[in-house]
Design a protein around this ligand. Structure first.
Ligand code: SF4
Length: 478
């Protein structure tokens, strides 16, 4: 079914580019699902992953890494806003409910102070920002004045490259025409809307009532103000959700012509996220249903001409992300797949993570601890990890296979001046996945099959020398 939309947007997608499509759910997949879908594997938004972060890395390391930064290296900035209006029961984010604006406003002032601390630690830097991402939580909890002031300060401290992307995650329930105008005036170029599912019976079970009309209105407000790049997040595996629900949600999403869609599987971890206890285990779809839902979203999106990007994103063929797939420049960072090619990612706000050449650093997740460090004039870093030994080579292998769905092990080891057999341990593990139809191996060239795309995290894990299958620290593959 095609649903026509009167909204000004990109034309309906035509043709097919990218690196191949998503699998179709068949009975043949049953044994594969049983073996791989329940495996808890990292999402590889970094390598080593956050599980390997330790207190041994702190603010002094961060200062040293910043001082070694090349002055012409473009930067990327992530700003975390850990506040929401209401808790969604499925939420896995680092957020808290703000009942009054005081807490949010005070947080914005601390962000300003953190920027000053970061500015003092940066060497003379001339390149500027290529990409800024406000995530959360709900960045649209910030009032117009604070958001505008933060954006102005970001530009004045870090500078901006001519085509800087300024992306903001949006909770449609917090939007108004006025806010859309303020976002546009502050320079926002991309809006990422949390959509999840359009069906009321599912929305009731996840404590997020958000009718289609509300999302449509938000998209119209944004586009009317010139914010044309629209992303949607959809979720499968939600309580009470069936295949026909994800099909309907996907079709309704397509009718609004988003440029990109991220499709996530709900991770039920009530022992880690207490509010998820509000979701009844018996309401959750089983493993096969989850897989069927994920395949259905892909089938509907690809049928409408969207390009599969990695294992959980889709893009309009004219969107930069689809072009990055074809050009082999697609990357991964903490938001998932990205077109951002800046070599350095700085983090601002509680729990945010920075990625620099030598390793990763993370700010204090605790609001209290984060504020105390800033008040004391210290960068609020509490942990991180230094890349060692083969980490850089294995990181590049993981990121490449997750982005392009292929890897030439000989070319890869050669590029890193490593011995030709340096990744043979991974190759041995990969042979098992090849026997299960998830990859093809020719010599030392690996290609992910359509069936394997959704299990590319399991494939990437073959290169990971830190991961422990039984660590219970990651979400399941599907
Ligand atoms: S709006 Fe997003 S971050 Fe906030 S509670 Fe809901 S899912 Fe979590």
């Amino acid at each position: 079914m095609r649903i026509k939309s009167p909204i000004k947007a990109r034309p309906e997608p035509k043709g097919r580019i990218g690196n191949g499509g998503i699998a179709v759910h068949t009975d043949n997949m049953k044994p594969v699902l049983g073996k791989y879908a329940l495996a808890e594997v990292p999402r590889y938004t970094s390598y080593p992953t956050a599980v390997q972060f330790s207190k041994d890395v702190g603010a002094a390391d961060y200062r040293r890494w910043l001082s070694q930064m090349a002055p012409d290296e473009p930067l990327s900035l992530y700003v975390h806003i850990p506040f929401c209006q209401k808790m969604c029961w499925y939420c896995g984010c680092h957020t808290t409910i703000a009942h009054t604006y005081d807490r949010v406003g005070a947080y914005a002032k601390y962000l300003m102070a953190e920027m000053d601390l970061l500015a003092a630690a940066l060497p003379d830097h001339h390149a500027g920002l290529a990409h800024v991402h406000f995530g959360g939580g709900s960045p649209t909890m910030l009032d117009d004045e604070d958001f505008t002031a933060l954006c102005a300060k970001i530009r004045s401290i870090f500078g901006s490259l001519p085509n800087m992307e300024l992306a903001v995650e949006i909770d449609p329930r917090t939007m108004s025409a006025h806010k859309a105008k303020a976002l546009a005036k502050a320079g926002v170029t991309r809006a990422s809307l949390g959509v999840q599912d359009f069906n009321l019976h599912v929305q009731e079970k996840i404590n997020r009532i958000q009718p289609f009309a509300m999302v449509k209105q938000t998209v119209e407000w944004l586009r009317a103000k010139g914010i044309d790049a629209i992303n949607f997040d959809l979720i499968y595996g939600l309580p009470g959700q069936r295949i026909e629900d994800v099909r309907r949600s996907t079709e309704l999403a397509i009718s609004l012509r988003p440029d990109r869609l991220a499709v996530f599987g709900y991770a039920h971890v009530p022992w880690f996220k207490k509010h998820q206890e509000m979701i009844r285990q018996e309401d959750l779809p089983g493993m096969e249903e989850r897989y069927g839902e994920a395949c259905e979203v892909g089938r509907v999106l690809e049928g409408a001409g969207y390009v599969a990007v990695g294992f959980d994103h889709y893009a309009h063929p004219e969107d930069d992300m689809a072009k990055a797939v074809s050009a082999g420049t697609l990357r991964r960072n903490f938001q998932g797949y990205t077109t951002d090619t800046a070599g350095i990612l700085l983090g601002l706000g509680a729990s945010s993570i920075g990625a620099l050449g030598p390793g990763y650093v993370q700010n204090a997740p605790s609001l209290d601890q984060w504020r105390k460090a800033i008040s004391a004039g210290q960068l609020p870093i509490v942990r991180g990890v230094v890349l060692q030994g083969e980490d850089a080579m294995r990181r590049a292998a993981i990121m490449q296979i997750m982005s392009t769905m292929k890897l030439d092990l000989d070319a890869h080891t050669h590029a890193f001046n490593a011995a030709p057999e340096a990744l043979d341990d991974a190759l041995e593990k990969l042979r098992v996945l090849a026997a299960d139809g998830l990859i093809n191996i020719q010599g030392k060239k690996i290609t992910v099959t359509a069936q394997g795309r959704m299990f590319v995290r399991n494939i990437a894990a073959c290169f990971d020398t830190h991961w422990q299958a039984s660590a219970k620290r990651h979400s399941r593959a599907v």
